[in-house]
Design a binder for this molecule. Structure first.
Ligand code: PLP
Length: 426
């Protein structure tokens, strides 16, 4: 009989490869990600679509596998051993995430990801509070997940949507943002890092200003949490949403952090099991936050995997991740800048490893399709950011987004493949 995976804690396993002097063996780190070994169309895979979703280290895959093999049970319900182990593992991830982001665990609602998290704020915080005459401020560079929920709220409440514009280089126009925060603005929805431009917004300063003016802030951390140390308490926002699958965790996991006073005052979004204390036909007493917002059976195995992802990133060190990705970004940008007729969208000084670009004479989808045949996975299209592409007057772009487990050799191979496929299109 083969050895069974460990029970609790389920997250033991090969650690990220950092020596006692703090040097990272990046080849060993890469070897932690089994999928990166595969070929595509007979070529070694170069996975540069990390802004879309990230790959998973073996520890995450094994933690989920181990959960289903050894512990599977529902959470917070059964008194039996498996039930308490499953609950411990699920709640263990809340504790890990809270430590990772420097927040309290009871202020962290576990959910399916950023889209759910922002919709929770929209339906449970904004919908009961906003009315005609109020304004919701969103930036031009938002992902649709931080635009459409506010449009739905605006439609139902009569509130208006105002757009905080960006500059040509892809940075937020901070003066315009300040001017736009007039007394009718009740909520500011802003991304921490743009999924297209890579721009890192100065969310701490912006939230300080918003707070001074009584504007509630919703920060979309989807593209920040996977790439740098994020101290949510220091940012000083009201809500912070993020998603697990971009930070080495499984799809269908994520969380909303919210100030306790907001969570206490918010009505439930979904009704069902777990979110109640007592139910009768005379009335129902809701559970306390955060469980009040976690109706139904959650993605337990997914959250076990997300806990393992947090452990992995903590062992590797987010400062190492940030430094490695900055190095890869600099290399990639330098190589792309040498290609005639290539335009990069987003050149902010503080930028994450996301490069949106177009090559003169070649359609983004054609380039991405031909690159796929060379084994290179990049994204092409509108990146769930139509208003941003409208600003630049383009219908689509390519987007290459390396992560810490990618290599300088892959950047060179990608650029060589890009040069090759471009000649096929011209
Ligand atoms: N916000 C940003 C900036 C994103 O990049 C994404 C994912 O692409 C989302 C929100 C939506 O995340 P999810 O689909 O995991 O809910």
């Amino acid at each position: 009989m083969s050895a069974l995976p460990p029970v609790t804690p389920p997250f033991d396993g090969p650690s990220a490869q950092v020596d006692p002097a703090g040097q990272v063996d990046w080849n060993a780190v890469r070897a932690d990600f089994p999928l990166l070994l595969r070929e595509v169309h007979g070529k070694p895979l170069i996975y540069f679509d990390n802004a879309n979703t990230g790959q998973k280290p073996a520890t995450v895959i094994e933690a989920m596998d181990g959960f289903y093999r050894r512990q599977n049970a529902n959470v917070s319900r059964a008194v039996h051993q498996l039930g308490s182990e499953a609950t411990e593992a699920y709640e263990g991830t809340r504790t890990r995430l809270a430590r990772f982001l420097n927040v309290r665990g009871d202020e962290l609602v576990l959910c399916s990801g950023t889209t759910f998290a922002i919709n929770l704020v929209a339906y449970s915080w904004a919908l009961p509070r906003l009315q005609a005459g109020d304004t919701i401020l969103v930036s031009r560079m938002e992902h649709h997940a931080n635009i459409v929920p506010w449009q739905l709220v605006a439609e139902r409440t009569g509130a208006a949507i105002r757009v905080a514009e960006i500059r040509e280089d892809g940075t937020l126009d901070l003066d315009a943002l300040r001017r736009a925060m007039t007394s009718d603005v009740k909520l500011l929805a802003l991304t921490h890092v743009s999924n297209v431009l890579g721009t890192v917004n100065p969310v701490r300063e912006i939230c300080r200003e918003a707070r001074r003016r009584g504007v509630v802030t919703v920060i979309d951390g989807s593209q920040a949490v996977p790439h740098r140390a994020v101290d949510v308490a220091a940012i000083g926002c009201d809500f912070y949403a993020f998603t697990g699958h971009k930070m080495c965790g499984p799809t269908g996991t994520g969380a909303l952090w919210a100030r306790r006073e907001h969570l206490q005052a918010m009505p439930p979004f979904l009704g069902g099991g777990e979110m109640i204390k007592e139910v009768s036909f005379d009335g129902t007493v809701y559970n306390d936050p955060p469980h009040r917002f976690e109706a139904g059976t959650p993605n337990i195995a997914g959250f076990v995997g997300l806990g393992a992802a947090v452990d992995y990133l903590e062992r590797l060190g987010m400062d190492h991740v940030e430094a490695r990705e900055a190095e890869l970004l600099a290399h990639l940008t330098e190589e792309l800048a040498r290609i005639d007729g290539l335009r990069i969208f987003g050149t902010a000084a503080d930028k994450a490893a996301v490069v949106a670009f177009l090559v003169e004479g070649a359609h983004a989808h054609d380039l991405a399709t031909l690159l796929d045949l060379e084994g290179v996975a990049i994204r092409s299209g509108q990146h769930c950011a139509h208003p941003l592409l409208q600003f630049y007057g383009v219908a689509a772009t390519c987007r290459a987004s390396p992560a810490f487990y990618n290599t300088h050799e892959e950047i060179e191979a990608f650029v060589a493949a890009l040069r090759k496929v471009r000649t096929l299109l011209s």
